[in-house]
Design a binder for this molecule. Structure first.
Ligand SMILES: Cc1cc2nc3c(=O)[nH]c(=O)nc-3n(C[C@H](O)[C@H](O)[C@H](O)COP(=O)(O)O)c2cc1C
Length: 261
């Protein structure tokens, strides 16, 4: 009998959604569902395998994903796998996920590190087009290969970054984790803002409210950067440097795919 899979994703700029969709095609008989705003209904959960696909944030598992795991129906008889989508520094993320799942009595059988262009605009743009295309080609091959193993319910690997990354960046993750909700203090809008409210709609946690036709961030931010990256006017900024930086979203993902609430 064919394996039935549910793949849950969290995404800011579409890299993880693209990964989840490609994995679903490769695995066949798979549903793709957002983690954000999902009430995890038991009736929807008839499956043999569960995939978790999400971006690496500040060298670890984003808090939205941690909250989602709390909600997830736990069934140790299922095969659990994950894709940690990142910009080259997966660090300890998948080991952290494995350890957290273990505390819930679940086994993360396989965790893959998928490198795609960076959406972390405070540090710059997504890089040259050729490099982005190369990353996409390599990621596509890796996801296909991983799905071949997942469809056989193979155990391992749990991929990880080098030791120096795991030591230094895990400490940084722990230090910054609690500060993330208020990091939205760095967002501002310039004169290009026309009050279209796309930012409000793409926010996965409803952190943005429109007041006098301008976005206001309410300090429940996940730092997914969907608001700044999807703004059609490029009117949202973060800190001083972003006016000069190119915006990014995955080329095969549309803004309407991101609006889930
Ligand atoms: C707040 C934040 C922190 C990030 N931290 C990391 C990181 O620690 N390591 C890394 O390789 N990429 C990091 N990135 C980059 C994203 O993981 C990467 O661009 C990912 O593909 C974005 O996926 P998405 O489009 O599904 O949101 C970070 C991005 C954001 C917004």
């Amino acid at each position: 009998m064919f394996m039935k899979t549910i793949i849950y994703y969290y995404t800011g700029t579409g890299n993880s959604l693209w990964t989840a969709r490609l994995a679903a095609v490769e695995l066949g008989n798979a549903d793709v569902r957002p983690m954000a705003g999902t009430a995890d209904k038991p009736a929807e959960q008839k499956c043999d395998a569960v995939g978790l696909v999400f971006p690496v944030h500040i060298w670890g598992v984003p808090s939205l994903v941690l909250r989602f795991i709390e909600e997830l129906q736990k069934d140790p008889s299922r095969y659990y796998f994950a894709f940690a989508v990142n910009a080259g520094q997966v660090s300890r993320t998948l080991m952290q996920l494995r350890d957290i799942m273990k505390t819930h009595g679940l086994r993360l059988s396989a965790g893959y590190d998928i490198v795609l262009p960076s959406n972390y605009i405070p540090w710059g743009g997504p890089g040259p087009a050729e490099k982005r295309e190369k990353l996409n080609r390599e990621a596509r091959e890796k996801i296909k290969h991983a799905c071949g193993r997942i469809s056989k319910k193979e155990a391992g690997p749990i991929e990880k970054g080098p030791l120096w990354q795991r030591v230094i960046f895990t400490a940084l993750y722990k230090r910054t984790f609690s500060m993330v909700p208020k990091m939205d203090g760095g967002f501002w809008v310039d004169e290009k803002c026309n009050g279209c409210a796309v930012c409000e709609k793409v926010c996965p946690v409803g952190n943005i409210a429109m007041e006098s036709d301008k976005p206001v961030w309410n300090h429940r931010c996940e730092q997914c950067l969907a608001c700044i990256q999807w703004c059609p006017q490029e009117a949202i900024q973060y800190g001083k440097k972003t006016p000069a930086y190119e915006r990014y979203h995955h080329p095969e993902v549309k803004v309407s795919d991101i609006i889930i609430r």
